[in-house]
Design a protein around this ligand. Sequence first.
Ligand code: CAA
Length: 241
Amino acid sequence: MTRVAFVTGGTRGIGKAITARLKASGYKVAAGYAGNEVAAKACAKELGVMIVKGNVSSFTDCAEAVKEVEKELGPIDTLVNNAGITRDAMLHKMTEEQWVEVIQVNMASIFNMTRNVIEGMRERGFGRIVNISSINGQKGQMGQSNYSAAKAGMIGFTKSVAQENAKKGITVNAICPGYIDTEMVAAVPKNVLDSIIAQIPVGRLGRAEEIARCVAFLSSEEAGFITGATLTVNGGQYITG
Ligand code: CAA
């Protein structure tokens, strides 16, 4: 049976690698995007996937996107909450706008998306939800009080929703990538990034495909006994118990 996956922020960076990997694994995939039409169209053409425009901060946009995807591809079995942004600043310099934007896009979004697919998954008795959190939600990071708070919030959400839906064949897990070779990480000032790379025992940035493999694993039928888990994928930069 062909499964249907929706990957938010699925046309660039880690999200694009997830879209590609799920498509290669035989899923029908819809990739969400917020506004970069050029990247989205290129992704659709390159990978042969559906693209859906919408703002994950908006409950209404998410409801409409889910409807659109389900009409075209069928019921969503796998949701990957990947969309995320940074607005880095030390707290004493952070504006309310930088705080609100990151909390809305990175954390409120997981309610907006998950709420719109969870009832269908419960009715059908199957679902896979993978939330892309971050190493910085686990350990904190200078300049990222907004981002770290949102990413830590995703982990709490994951554990609660996992418990609520375990009996319905739905698993809910979080992945915490470390520093991955994407545009987002490339935007970190070079001297700061060099000092971060020096703290990664594996000695390099991660690759988006390395996160995508984990998503494919957690989304598989065989991973049905893994729920509420946090999978740490950071080259040894932060080792949790
Ligand atoms: N470790 C150690 N010291 C740090 C530091 C760090 N990670 N970040 C900043 N500092 C130090 C600076 O060296 C500086 O020290 P001095 O005053 O002694 O020179 C001091 O803190 C102030 O730093 P800045 O002058 O850079 O302050 P700023 O206000 O201009 O900028 C900042 C601060 C915006 C936080 C900037 O340092 C920055 O962008 N840091 C990167 C934050 C980061 O890691 N973001 C991750 C983005 S990628 C991502 O989020 C994906 C993921 O999930 C991992």
